[in-house]
Design a protein around this ligand. Structure first.
Ligand code: HEM
Length: 377
């Protein structure tokens, strides 16, 4: 049974190997004091340390407390192992600067410049109820029951202090974050995560994922920035599209996942390779060309997204897609320019719609007994 330590230099759930299940939750903080906010974050961390170790939340757990009080833990994870649970906590822009411009927790001067409000991208179709949030928690596990149990108990602990704003379940990872992992597939049926940043590449992780001393306020040193996008796929349209078109859109083969310029899955793409009539083998509007660091001033992302199917809509179409999660050192030079490039030019746009969005500062890991982001307060 895999257990990832909760107290560490960096928060778990970023470069730790992507698990197969997700429950992501965004919260808004109630009208409480700064001390109560600190109390909430401390209570969350205490419960997170227990649950990630495979133990029930609270002093008495699910069944050992006073008979006439609600149990400290809701119980549905009793008997289940830790299942690689990671709980990753983040602070949204609205925690620092409220919509009405007030500085309710006295944190405005500590807001990192990199924690920007995301711009409106071309063709964004964002649904207000799937965007933003003062706080976020990413729960990942090998067992969906364990991930859901964690978010449920953290929501319960927050009662009266913070309330769930929106949340998302994911059932299959769409990325690898370790060279030891097999590349999974997204709901377009393509391998996803081939060219992702891998934990073993320490140089790239330091350059592209962790905020470094001097980047911004020191409470973020060793932290990262999370951008989430709920991307609906119009899979019925995709499923009526030829294999040729599908591969051209991605720029890779569907079976092997090799770049269209040749080779096998991990062969580097050759964007200058041309075929009949001098046309580039990897099309100018293909996803892989437009997202590649060569097209984006060297910028990369650590992708850690999940497949989702939220039932179906009233036209009988699956409400399915990819819950995109990316970690980075600075969204101003990473997610934003890459997404601007994709939103304008990507052939994939015909088959996707961005409906949810959020950005959070992910502080470094907690010292034993403390909570992630404690040095902000
Ligand atoms: C690569 C699918 C959205 C950034 C890829 C690959 C696939 C893929 C199949 C090639 C395999 C790989 O290297 O992982 C998708 C799908 C999306 C989506 C289905 C939406 C439903 C996005 C978004 C971004 C992004 C929103 C960032 C703004 C990247 C990057 C690469 C990549 C940086 C690696 C490019 C390289 O270095 O070769 N994506 N993607 N993707 N994607 Fe996406």
């Amino acid at each position: 049974a895999t257990v990832y330590p909760f107290y560490d230099d960096h928060q778990a759930g970023i470069v730790t190997p992507a698990q197969d299940r997700l429950h992501f939750a965004s919260f808004d903080v109630a009208d409480i004091s700064r001390d109560d906010l600190v109390g909430l974050l401390q209570d969350w961390a205490d419960a997170a340390a227990l649950m990630t170790a495979g133990t029930p939340a609270g002093r008495y757990g699910a069944v050992n407390g006073p008979y006439d009080a609600p149990p400290d833990d809701t119980g549905e994870a009793l008997g289940l192992p830790a299942s690689g649970l990671t709980l990753t906590f983040g602070f949204g822009p609205s925690l620092f600067t409220s919509a009405d411009g007030t500085d309710r927790f006295g944190l405005a001067s500590q807001r990192p410049e990199a924690l920007v409000d995301l711009p409106h991208f071309p063709a964004d179709a964002l649904v207000e109820t799937l965007t933003g949030g003062d706080l976020c928690i990413q729960a990942c596990s090998e067992d969906p029951q364990v991930a859901v149990h964690a978010i449920r108990n953290l929501s319960r602990i927050a009662f009266g202090r913070a309330a769930l704003r929106w949340s998302q379940l994911g059932f299959g990872r769409t990325s690898s974050t370790s060279t030891a992992q097999q590349t999974p597939r997204n709901l377009f049926g393509f391998k996803d995560g081939t060219a992702n940043i891998k934990a073993e590449d320490r140089t790239t992780v330091d350059a592209q994922v962790w905020a470094q001393p001097g980047d911004g306020p020191s409470w973020m040193d060793g932290g990262s920035y999370l951008v989430a996008r709920k991307i609906r796929m119009t899979i019925e349209t995709w499923d009526r599209t030829s294999l040729r078109e599908q591969e051209a859109v991605i720029g890779r083969t569907k079976g092997e996942g090799a770049p269209y310029s040749g080779g096998t899955e991990f062969t580097a793409p050759d964007f200058s390779a041309t075929g009949q009539g001098g046309k580039p083998l990897i099309a100018a509007d293909s996803h892989v060309r437009l997202a590649h660091p060569d097209q984006n001033s060297g910028a990369q992302l650590l992708r850690r997204g999940y497949n989702f199917v939220d039932g179906n809509d009233d036209l009988g179409r699956l409400n399915a897609g990819l819950f995109f999660i990316a970690y980075q050192r600075d969204p101003r030079t990473q997610f934003i320019p890459i997404q601007e490039n994709l939103a304008k030019n990507d052939a994939m746009n015909e088959y996707v719609r961005h409906v949810g969005s959020g950005i959070w500062a992910i502080p470094p890991g907690a010292r034993t007994g403390s909570f992630p982001g404690a040095s902000l307060f």
